[in-house]
Design a protein around this ligand. Structure first.
Ligand SMILES: Cc1cc2nc3c(=O)[nH]c(=O)nc-3n(C[C@H](O)[C@H](O)[C@H](O)COP(=O)(O)O)c2cc1C
Length: 216
């Protein structure tokens, strides 16, 4: 099938787009109100977008509390949501009013951060302490501003539960991170595989040897 998103006439009961861009990692964002109240919410429009310096971003559909609070206090923490924490993560997505501590509501223990004020989720195997860089309010093809806000933050501190380090590497599969798919579906990373990135010479060599284009 093909459909143009202007008409969105896919004929399916639900929009399939989020099931296509899947799985999406979940940034489980801790922020604080100016009065120091804890806010915690999951964002699957989340990713790392730079290695040096390390930069992450999350996108809010509507100006939600996480955006407003990060802009006010200029700090946040991205906690890694895992299979073991899935119910707590889901609970923190409920539309609690500002000032209600979602960490407590979900029965989660806070742990102090080192370089920023918002606490991390103690039982999350990894957490990224971030300082706010900018918020990009998106525009559509007509240049109209949208109520879609992408928050960028530089990672200034990284917590890793040492139990997940094996042979000098972080064992991602052992942490069982969960990721968002379409509809009400999630994926869990339980298995990984390795591929070494080739050098251009290695890829080009068989073509040159064959005297032209490789078939297949
Ligand atoms: C797994 C998951 C991922 C979500 N991802 C997003 C997202 O990327 N953007 C968004 O605006 N809302 C997302 N939500 C909904 C927010 O978590 C929800 O609106 C929450 O109440 C926002 O909290 P806040 O106002 O404290 O920031 C997601 C919910 C779940 C369960």
């Amino acid at each position: 099938m093909f459909y143009a998103t202007s008409a969105n006439d896919h004929g399916l009961p639900y929009d399939p787009l989020k099931a296509i861009v899947a799985p999406r990692p979940i940034g489980w964002i801790t922020s604080l109100t100016a009065r120091g109240e804890i806010n915690l919410a999951p964002y699957s429009y989340f990713n790392a977008v730079s290695t040096r310096p390390p930069i992450v971003c999350f996108s809010s559909e509507g100006r939600k509390d996480s955006v407003a609070l990060v802009e006010e206090t200029r700090e946040f923490v991205c906690n890694i949501a895992t299979w073991d924490l899935r119910d707590a993560m889901n609970l923190t997505s409920a539309p609690f009013p500002r000032g209600i501590d979602e960490m407590r509501e979900a029965g989660l223990r806070p742990a102090s951060s080192r370089l920023v004020k918002p606490p991390r989720v103690a039982d999350a195997p990894c957490a990224l302490e971030c300082k706010w860089l900018q918020t990009l309010t998106l525009r559509d093809l007509d240049g109209q501003p949208l109520d879609r806000h992408v928050v960028f933050g530089q990672v200034v501190g990284v917590h890793i539960d040492d139990r997940f380090i094996a042979n000098g590497r972080l064992d991602t599969a052992a942490m069982k991170p969960i990721a968002r798919c379409g509809y009400d579906q999630y994926a869990v990373v339980a298995e990984v595989f390795s591929m070494t990135r080739p050098e251009v010479a290695e890829v080009a060599a068989p073509r040159v040897a064959a005297g032209g284009r490789r078939s297949g």
